[in-house]
Design a protein around this ligand. Structure first.
Ligand SMILES: [Mn+2]
Length: 431
């Protein structure tokens, strides 16, 4: 028995990115291309793993255009199964979202389990409600976005699946969810991740294909966990990881043979460039270097691109001397972009502090940074290390909540001994 399906996520229809009407249309056009491809492939069903819409409140035009695409699938007899993403969730006081409207039009099977008396209820989909649907030999479970509550919901889900599957384990099972799993995105330390692999592991015996959305980046792990990424980039960062559609073919049997192909579609180019401004002593030198760099960029684009230009490195003249409209104009002339963003990320050279070595303690790092700053000031240059020590002492006293009088007295003593040393040295040198 062979089954074929398409897995999409994060369409973000209705997003007028950069306030650009063209970008609004781009999101629909790429979706349109994907739907045409899906129709050509004659899949058995389509999965949309959340964030069909960019916002919970959408315009009439967004609804009309979204309906039009879903209607094409409906007319071809291809069921569309979806869950709710965080972007389209109704306000906590409202019961219904625009996805419910689509479900009421039979354009979408919207899955979500519900809680009753603290217990997760999984029922077959009926009249817009339910936690799973059977399509032939395939059972699709679905749950939307739960944020920080995701570990609890997934644990409850495992409990219910154990009960249900003890009675009968369907030949092939899918879990559709809008969630982030650890390791998918590189994040700053301390950022919470909604689900760990440890929390997902108990699902393995019960789920044959985990269909995720939410992380706008294609992920495929162990022929089990799949996330297709966003069809259109929601930011320049995302443009580095183009999303697409997973076309999946399954030969149902033990073990299942799952073949997944990630397919991308033509879309507007996102161009990211940078210029290191460190070598330039004047704005004119910078403009000239930018001109040369632009001339050397011979890449041709099939349609006006979105351009992001970063000026980074060290700036050896005041940023106020830099005329950003000249920079922007040069970039506009060269790329004829749909939208362009220029970021001045260069740091003024006089404030640069070298990154302290990593093995140092926090206090040592602070002292090193302060010492470097003091070395730039003629008054403190000579004894910068000792002055930095006084700063450190001062901070400790404040943290220990010593009285202001005590702190001032101590500061006087330290400073005067340091000033005397300096004088003594001067005298010595003079001698
Ligand atoms: Mn999203």
């Amino acid at each position: 028995m062979r089954v074929r399906f398409a897995h999409l996520a994060d369409l973000h229809l209705g997003y007028e990115q950069y306030h650009s009407p063209e970008r609004y249309r781009d999101f629909f056009q790429t979706f349109h291309r994907a739907v045409s491809d899906i129709l050509k492939e004659r899949v058995d069903f389509v999965l949309i793993a959340g964030d069909l819409f960019h916002q919970r409140v959408i315009s009439p035009m967004t609804l009309i255009l979204a309906q039009r695409e879903l209607q094409r699938l409906k007319e071809a007899g291809i069921p569309v199964v979806g869950v709710m993403g965080n972007h389209e969730q109704p306000h906590y006081r409202q019961d219904h979202s625009w996805l419910d409207f689509l479900a009421a039009q039979d354009l979408l099977i919207l899955l979500r389990p519900h809680y009753q008396d603290e217990k997760l209820v999984l029922q077959h989909y009926q009249e817009g409600l339910g936690g799973y649907v059977d399509l032939g030999d395939v059972r699709i479970y679905g749950t939307g976005y739960h944020g920080a509550a995701a570990p609890r919901v997934f644990a409850d889900l495992v409990g219910r699946l154990e009960e249900l599957h003890a009675e009968r384990r369907p030949p092939f099972t899918v879990l559709l969810a809008h969630a982030e799993v650890e390791g998918m995105l590189v994040r700053g330390a301390g950022t919470r991740v909604s689900l760990t692999h440890y929390q997902l592991a108990p699902l393995r015996p019960h789920i044959d294909y985990l269909a995720l959305g939410h992380v706008h980046k294609p992920v495929q792990q162990d022929d089990w966990l799949f996330n297709p990424g966003a069809l259109e980039p929601n930011s320049f960062d995302e443009s580095q990881h183009p999303g697409g559609v997973f076309f999946v073919e399954v030969e149902i049997g033990r073990p299942h043979a799952v073949r997944a192909e990630h397919r991308r579609y033509a879309r507007r180019p996102f161009v990211r460039r940078r210029l290191d401004v460190t070598p330039f002593q004047t704005p004119e030198e910078l403009y000239e270097a930018l001109r040369r760099q632009l001339q050397a960029d011979a890449e041709q684009f099939p349609m006006p691109p979105a351009v992001e230009y970063s000026l980074d490195g060290l700036l050896h003249f005041p940023s106020s001397a830099l005329q950003m409209d000249i920079v922007t104009e040069l970039i506009q002339q060269h790329y004829q972009p749909l939208v362009s963003q220029v970021h001045l990320r260069a740091m003024p050279a006089e404030y640069v502090v070298h990154a302290p070595a990593e093995h140092l303690s926090r206090a040592e790092m602070e002292q090193q940074v302060i010492q470097e700053l003091l070395q730039r000031d003629g008054r403190f240059q000579r004894n910068a290390e000792q002055w930095a020590g006084i700063f450190r002492e001062l901070k400790e006293q404040i943290l220990e909540r010593q009285s202001a009088e005590e702190i001032v007295q101590q500061l006087r003593r330290s400073a005067s001994s340091l000033l005397n040393t300096g004088l003594a040295e001067d005298v010595h040198h003079a001698g």
